[in-house]
Design a protein around this ligand. Structure first.
Ligand code: IFM
Length: 456
């Protein structure tokens, strides 16, 4: 590998095993334009319409207008020489009320996406749920209501019955921790609750819904079914017993709760200590459904957090403390060793020989835009190139040490709606002007194209 100059990537395809896939990831609400095509309202529409929830009072009603511009976006994926694309399906677009009548226009849209990818030689990876719960189901308690497992199973049947036959792989959920904890305990995402009982129920019901969806997809004869977990490295702020125990509690809630349920039919003790009183009755009987075997594991990784004990606060009695490492525009520390750790740890502890995909990794950066410059220099994002170099080196190291990693998806193809932070945080390989919606490939897109073409 050559020295990093921040305008080139330090790798070629030949540095990775034969068949290793390079891809990009997006999600429905963040790019499609939720107001188009007869979609129902989701809880992200209503959360964003409530003052103070989203920076700049922004929302996903137009987003990147991928709903109409998907062909141009897929050309950008193909022209970058990427192998694979990971997208999500919006429940409210397909079934506007969450249950019952199907919006054919919505289903046709996802059918077009899959065919459009295949026509360009790009492998389609679909994720059923990336956070936009239909508002009609939120009215019924959303993830707190145990019936959500059956509602989600029905949604799975509708979507996968239509597109499942042409997918490279399907995932049930993107980032169950965000669906449950970030949204029902920390209150940062829709539905914006800060309630331990709601959080505990969501943490269990999302897993039950995962298991039910796997069953449905098996019934449809899909044989590449997985789930996407987000993992965050949890480092004690110092070597005190209190800090070590706090980091361990954080890690149990964040990283082990979902993996342990799916692969070991249990929940970690440190998390149960606070959550068990709030779990639904009979929770332990659901593990046979939750642990329906999967075919692959997706890991989303971005950063580490330094954790201290907070004895003044209620359980889990911990707080984050700012770390010393260089940070992205999200203020997230850049820590590629965490990715190395998780790839090896997840395989050894949970998923064994199953293929692992890095289903998201990337950064929000402060890009320099000069649309009069030469094509490759119009949007300079050297920090993203350095970030990708660091993390791809970590992936390579994990593979060399035996982790069964089969692919790496960059978050994200386009600058997009970064949830409660609006459009200000730019994660794309492709710059989006949110006035004109024009797309401009960044320097990182050009660097990636060069790296992936280098042994054509
Ligand atoms: O934008 C999000 C995405 O929706 C889920 N994973 C993390 C990304 C960056 O915050």
């Amino acid at each position: 590998m050559s020295a990093n100059t921040n305008t080139v990537l330090d790798f070629t395809r030949a540095d990775f095993p034969e068949g290793f896939e390079f891809g990009v990831a997006t999600s429905a609400y963040q790019i499609e334009g939720a107001s188009f095509g007869g979609a129902g309202l989701s809880h992200w529409d209503t959360f964003a319409a409530t003052p103070g929830n989203v920076a700049g009072a922004e929302n996903g009603s137009v987003a990147c207008d991928h709903y109409h511009r998907w062909a141009e976006d897929f050309d950008l994926i193909r022209d970058c020489r990427l192998d694979s694309y990971r997208f999500s399906t919006s429940w409210a677009r397909v079934i506007p009320d969450g249950v019952g009548a199907v919006n054919q226009e919505g289903l046709d849209f996802y059918d077009r996406l899959v065919d459009g990818l295949l026509a360009r030689g790009i492998k389609p990876y679909a994720c059923l749920y990336h956070w936009e719960l239909p508002a009609a189901l939120a009215d019924l308690g959303g993830w707190r209501n145990p019936s959500i497992a059956d509602w989600f199973a029905d949604f799975t049947e509708v979507v996968m019955g239509r597109i499942g036959d042409r997918l490279q792989a399907a995932a049930t959920f993107n980032e169950p921790w965000c669906i449950a904890w970030l949204s029902h305990f920390l209150g940062q995402h829709a539905p914006g609750l800060r309630d331990i009982r709601a959080a505990a129920r969501a943490m269990h019901h999302v897993l039950l819904a995962h298991g039910r969806a796997v069953q449905v997809m098996r019934g449809l004869k899909l044989n590449s079914v997985g789930v996407v977990m987000n993992l965050e490295y949890s480092a004690p702020v110092d070597e005190t017993e209190a800090a070590i125990a706090a980091a361990r509690r954080n890690e149990a809630i964040y990283n082990r709760w979902f993996l342990e349920a799916v692969f070991k039919k249990s929940y970690p003790e440190e998390a149960l200590a606070g959550l068990e009183p709030h779990l639904p009755t009979g929770w332990a009987d659901d593990f046979d459904i939750i642990a329906e075997p999967v075919d692959w594991l997706g890991i989303n990784y971005y950063t580490r957090k330094r954790i201290a004990a907070d004895p003044e606060a209620a359980w889990p009695s911990l707080k984050e403390v700012e770390g010393p490492l260089p940070k992205t525009a999200m203020d997230w520390e850049i820590y590629p060793d965490g990715l190395y750790h998780f790839l090896s740890w997840a395989a050894k502890t949970y998923s064994g020989e199953l293929p692992i995909y890095v289903t998201e990794n990337g950064m929000a950066s402060y890009d320099r835009v000069d649309l009069t410059a030469d094509a490759a220099e119009r949007v300079a994002d050297p920090d993203r190139i350095a970030y990708l170099n660091g993390h791809l080196a970590a992936v390579k190291r994990a593979i060399d040490d035996g982790a069964p990693v089969k692919g790496y998806f960059i978050w994200s193809l386009l600058d997009n709606f970064e949830w409660a932070l609006g459009y200000d945080k730019r994660f794309g390989l492709v710059h989006v002007d949110f006035e004109s919606l024009a797309r401009t490939p960044k320097q990182s897109w050009h660097a990636l194209k060069a790296a992936l073409s280098s042994n054509d």
